[in-house]
Design a protein around this ligand. Structure first.
Ligand code: ATP
Length: 328
């Protein structure tokens, strides 16, 4: 049975039509309104234990969808059920099922030490003392939160704060975790700790995860399935591999011939050959017809080579192509 069911979801906002200039703030009070459809007939369902990347360009409607799924925003029309519960209609019941992390905004009490925030969440959700202690130990293994439990949130680095936020979101062991740009602005180490934690929660507790992110490594490491939206509409729903294969069917082996080697001998069957201006040779191939291993074996059997690497399709390129297709 699906954990999240979304059907025909629509959210419209009324925005004042005011151009910038003198007293724009005042003029907008009387300005005529225009309707912006931020989410437009979105439907999908997510099974228990799935990790889904909810992707799209800025302003595509991701945050608005997540806000409706969490119950903060009531849709204009359409239905949402999370574990059978309508989020905005049964907010308290729903709150026990979900954890939420907004990268841009902390859910913790700014002036209080992390420990106090966590204990307050513990009491709100009636987590028993033994469970609480066990979860803090478990979270600490990956997030290392014990190092800064007694530091006020305002004095934490962004990476520490996000680790604290994630611990707070998962303390009551929700079945679903929503993450909106969780790694934005973090250093590489903090990003990795967050990803490891999310992946582990999913693996060990079958937590259902929905994540919006612009970080390609978040997507590669966490999202087996992608739902992509553009202008409020779903333009792709499927696995990451298929997405890449459909939009970027070619792969490429780039070879640097050894000094003195004859570059013209670097070639392989079923691979288009290009000599690049930096002296490398690109062998572009369709993985349905041949493999990287076969291309490399043939190319290196004749010529001596200094270096080689395989270029995988880049998700940025895939996203760009999907948008281009949606516009046509
Ligand atoms: N409270 C609001 N009032 C009016 N318009 C809004 C409101 N919230 C969002 N919008 C508009 O709805 C559209 C979708 O916004 P949303 O924040 O959901 O996009 P997003 O995909 O999350 O973008 P980003 O990656 O920039 O956060 C935008 O045109 C935005 O200006």
């Amino acid at each position: 049975m699906p954990m999240i069911e979304v059907s025909g979801l629509v959210k419209e906002f009324r925005k004042p039509q005011v151009t910038a200039g003198r007293l724009a703030g005042v003029r907008q009070l009387w300005a005529p309104r225009r309707v912006v459809r931020a989410v437009d007939q979105v439907s999908f369902s997510v099974d228990r234990g799935e990790m889904v990347g909810y992707l799209g360009a800025n302003g595509a409607g991701k945050s608005t969808t997540i806000k409706m799924l969490t119950g903060i925003v009531v849709p204009t029309s359409g239905t949402v059920r999370v574990d059978g519960v309508v989020p905005w209609a049964h907010r308290r019941k729903h709150a026990h099922n979900i954890g939420v992390v907004f990268g841009q905004k902390t859910q913790l009490w700014f002036d209080l030490p992390l420990r106090v925030s966590l204990e307050t969440i513990r009491d709100l959700y009636r987590v028993g003392p033994a469970e609480y202690a066990a979860r803090i130990d478990e979270f600490d293994e990956v997030l290392q939160i014990k190092d800064f439990l007694d530091t006020p949130i305002r004095s934490l680095s962004l990476g520490q704060r996000m680790r604290g936020d994630l611990a707070g979101a998962m303390l009551h062991r929700p079945q679903v975790l929503y993450l909106d740009e969780p790694t934005v602005g973090l250093d590489v180490v903090a990003k990795q700790a967050l990803r490891d934690f999310i992946a582990e929660q999913n693996r060990v507790h079958a937590t259902t995860v929905m994540i919006t992110t612009h970080d390609m490594d978040d997507i590669e490491q966490l999202c087996r399935r992608i739902v992509m939206i553009d202008s409020g509409r779903v333009v792709y729903d499927g696995d990451l591999k298929t997405l890449k294969r459909r939009y970027l069917p070619f792969r490429e082996v780039v070879i640097t011939p050894a000094e003195g080697a004859d570059p013209t001998s670097v070639r392989a069957e079923h691979a288009d050959r290009t000599e690049n201006s930096d002296g490398t040779i690109s062998l572009r191939f369709d993985p349905e017809r041949t493999s990287a291993a076969a291309v490399i074996a043939q190319a290196t059997s004749v010529a001596e080579i200094a270096d080689l690497h395989v270029n995988e399709p880049q998700l940025e390129d895939v996203v760009r192509l999907i948008y281009a297709e949606a516009e046509r």
